[in-house]
Design a protein around this ligand. Structure first.
Ligand SMILES: [Zn+2]
Length: 70
């Protein structure tokens, strides 16, 4: 007796459908968080207190993107 395995083709059976507004809102929130942590969080008004950890962590990326800091 021969058995054969024929896997389903295509990713349609496995894909999860996420509505477009959810993508837009999620992408916008992530972009705003990135802009905040890279461009605005400078220690004086940091969400983690008045230290420079976030600023130093993203410092090179900050200069790469053209944000001034010193
Ligand atoms: Zn700098």
């Amino acid at each position: 007796m021969a058995t054969s395995y024929a896997p389903r083709t295509g990713l349609g059976a496995l894909s999860v459908s996420i509505p477009t507004p959810v993508w837009l809102i999620g992408t916008t929130l992530l972009a705003l968080l990135a802009i905040y942590f890279i461009g605005i969080d400078q220690g004086a008004v940091s969400v983690f207190g008045s230290d420079m950890h976030v600023h130093e962590f993203v410092h090179d990326g900050r200069h790469f993107l053209g944000f001034p800091c010193h």
